[in-house]
Unconditional design. Sequence first.
Length: 484
Amino acid sequence: MAVHLDLRFDRPHEECGIFGVFEHPEAANMAYLGLYALQHRGQECAGIATSDGQKMYFEKNRGYVADVFNEEILEKLKGDAAIGHVRYSTAGDTRRVNAQPFLIESHRGKIAVVHNGNLINAHHIRKNLNREGSIFISTSDTEVILHLIARSKQKTVEDAIIDALVQVRGAYSLVFLTDDKMIAVRDPRGFRPLSLGRLNNAWIVSSETCAFDLIYGDFVRDIAPGEMLIIEKGKAPLSLQPFPEKPPAFCIFEHIYFSRPDSIVFGKDVSEMRDRLGRKLAQEAPVDADYVVPIPDSGIFAALGYADEANIPFNLGLIRNHYVGRTFIEPEMSIRHFGVKVKLNAIRSIIEGKRIILIDDSIVRGVTSKKIVDMVRSAGAREVHMRITSPPYCDSCFYGIDTPIKEDLIASSKNVEEICRFLGADSLGYLTLKGMLGALGKESWCVACFTGKYPVDFQRDELAQLRLFEKNGAVAVGVVSLNG
Ligand code: SF4
């Protein structure tokens, strides 16, 4: 029986990765490779839009980058400029029409956009635009930006983008492509990363620098919070700061879990940050054991740090199967921990008779963590101690990360002792907020999912509406599909 089995681990999920390349003879191929490197940021949909200065071409669909594109499709994506997107979407919202890039033809010409983030007032704006007769083709918040651009009275496309973005609130890293420009923008608090790079004479932008490495590009710098970069042929990028300055709120989860360890994010090396989190955790939550075992892959660098700091041997007692697709043929029989076992397996010869410290980045619902603890016990562990490289995850994210509603987060209703009992672990230790911030440095981080203190204020009823929206899924209002 073919079923859609949720094989993602019980963690928040990154919703998007974005990439752009300007003035490169193989723009579509570079975007394809860039998206390949960003695949971990979204596996539901992928898309690329290109421009040859006259026409725009695009392809987007559900699936992995390698499923959506082939040589024939890439050849049709002509031009020397391209933007691309990988997306993870919430349940019930995986339709192709929600895949990006979004593309419009307006009186300003063609404009394509890719977005990483989440606009907290999108549904308000959308309601108003609907009332005034706008027709939406998707349920994505990103489309709101294009409507606002199309309606702006400003003369240039740059000014129209600024005009649109001053009306939205929340998290956005965006790359726009027009007939003759690529424009990259990061919201004033800089929730989501966006970096600028160079590839021979071309300019490249990406959610993470690992995409530059794959195509032998050079990382130049981060695009600053609130910065708009206008990239035109033969010119150095023009940097503007068109928005009122706000205190930065970099998503700390990029370092805890989302970003690839070989990326530099918010100016910091991700693998090094994870090592530091592990070391701090070893200081704050020590326990005697035979092995420190990471839950792969995100726990690896933190476990190395923990093991070194605690002077306990590191061992790979859990192995991850990287080749599992989203749809899986589930045999007609009952196997314990089946969903987790498809993706993870314990190595009995390492674990049997040993006291194990399991290192993970977070516990969201707790269901998967419980299955992993159970699996390690079944492999013969004498003791299982769970250590988490972040504080209890007790509130939902509204800035571009797909998280369960608050009620489904185990730490929103249980204390550490109760969670430990639920997991069936011998002990459970979280990193403290102070310890986490101490390990990662003094930057202004967003830590709302650990504290419930949201950096972008919600207007009256907005948080309740967002929670309802998250719970019930997006309400489809679009009837006409131009792109999809
Ligand atoms: Fe990141 Fe958490 Fe803030 Fe969301 S709420 S942006 S996941 S730190």
